[in-house]
Design a protein around this ligand. Structure first.
Ligand SMILES: Cc1cc2nc3c(=O)[nH]c(=O)nc-3n(C[C@H](O)[C@H](O)[C@H](O)COP(=O)(O)O)c2cc1C
Length: 358
């Protein structure tokens, strides 16, 4: 923003440089990235905006030590944020290139997004921008509407566009297997005191808290739900607002997201695929529930892979359907996650003082 000189006063004249359209678009991309889903709404990301472009880092101080010691969920969450940034930049018609893990000496650097002349923006990604704000995790019961086969095909293509595999679980035997393994994982986790303590730490009834899962977004757990594919019990304080009956059933639309490799890079890629699929679900007027208990217990994850004959490494289970809107989850302030080094350049030294620009 350029301020008129006269407005600055004679004795304190500052040179103010213009914020470039590139910086404006990258700044907007951070605001959209922050709306991404993340495990327990930990929002484990940090951004740095500089003349080099926009860097996305994993914030390891927000990693879930008990649930996620390897960092799979951390990388999935960061990958989802990266996809939102790409969507935003495509919608701003800002041509960019994305370098993933460009620097092996800095393992927490997930990606660098750079302005790139001559690169075409992706209209398919751009079309997802209006629903970034509408996407949310559903933990309510679904209406009876079936999920159209055409939508499932769109979701499979969306995952493939990000180099991942979305596997619809259609055979009855496979559905029962998925339900059985999910129940075993959920039960094993719930008897672990450390897991329960971590869950409690990330669940809140405090309306001023800007991270964690809100009581307003989870079912009240009273032991009567009896779900085939159990929704994680976030109601650690008995304060869940949503109805106890969630009817999470093995006969609903169930999808497993997987990738060929099982490395941190593949987890980021799976996160990008997750968010692309989820935005397509939202655009079609449907909602999704996520289940990762069966992924978090290593032996059961391996069993899921073998028994469902996935031929790839599973990272998430999605349940798709229609349900009413839930209260929105909270997000931290942009100033807490963005180190904007372009700002420092906008206001430079008082005019006439040589060599003191930052
Ligand atoms: C990698 C990952 C794993 C998740 N696992 C679960 C889960 O097992 N159960 C669940 O209810 N939600 C799960 N979620 C959804 C998050 O809790 C949710 O994204 C977060 O609370 C923010 O809410 P929002 O998606 O409505 O914006 C997961 C999200 C991510 C990205």
């Amino acid at each position: 923003m350029a301020l008129p000189r006269a407005a600055l006063g004679a004795s304190t004249q500052y040179m103010v440089t213009l914020s470039t359209p590139r910086d404006t678009a990258l700044h907007a991309a951070v605001a959209r990235a922050m709306l991404a889903p993340s495990v327990h709404n930990t929002q484990p990301w940090q951004f740095r905006l500089s003349s080099d472009g926009l860097d996305l880092f994993i914030d390891r101080s927000r990693q879930l030590a008990v649930l996620d010691p390897t960092g799979r969920q951390l990388c999935l969450s960061a990958g989802s944020a990266l996809l939102n940034a790409r969507v935003s930049l495509a919608a701003s018609a800002c041509p960019v290139s994305v370098r993933r893990f460009p620097d092996r000496d800095r393992p927490d650097l997930v990606a660098r997004i750079e302005a790139s002349i001559g690169v075409a923006t992706d209209p398919v990604l751009a079309a997802l921008d209006p629903v970034v704000e509408l996407r949310q995790t559903n933990r309510r019961r679904f209406a009876a509407d079936p999920v159209p086969a055409e939508l499932v095909a769109t979701l499979v293509s969306a995952a493939a566009a990000e180099g991942a595999v979305l596997h619809p679980v259609v055979h009855n035997e496979d559905r029962q297997t998925l339900a059985r393994l999910s129940q075993r994982a959920d039960a094993a986790q719930n008897v672990d005191a450390a897991y329960r303590a971590e869950l409690r730490a990330w669940t809140s009834n405090d309306p001023t808290r800007l991270d964690g899962v809100r009581a307003a977004a989870v079912p009240h757990v009273d032991g009567t739900a009896g779900d085939d594919v159990p929704i994680r019990d976030f109601d650690s304080q008995g304060a869940g607002w949503l109805p106890s009956q969630t009817h999470s059933s093995a006969s609903q639309c169930l999808l497993v997201l997987a990738t060929a490799a099982d490395t941190p890079q593949a987890w980021v890629q799976a996160g990008e695929a997750l968010e692309r699929v989820w935005l397509e679900i939202t655009r079609a007027g449907f909602v999704a529930s996520l289940f990762t208990q069966v992924i978090e217990v290593a032996a059961l994850r391996a069993q899921l892979r073998d028994e469902l004959r996935l031929g790839a490494h599973p990272h998430l289970v999605l349940r798709v359907g229609r349900a009413p809107v839930t209260a929105a989850s909270m997000r931290r302030h942009i100033g807490d996650v963005l180190d904007d080094r372009t700002d420092q350049r906008r206001v430079s030294a008082p005019l006439g003082v040589a060599g003191s620009s930052p």
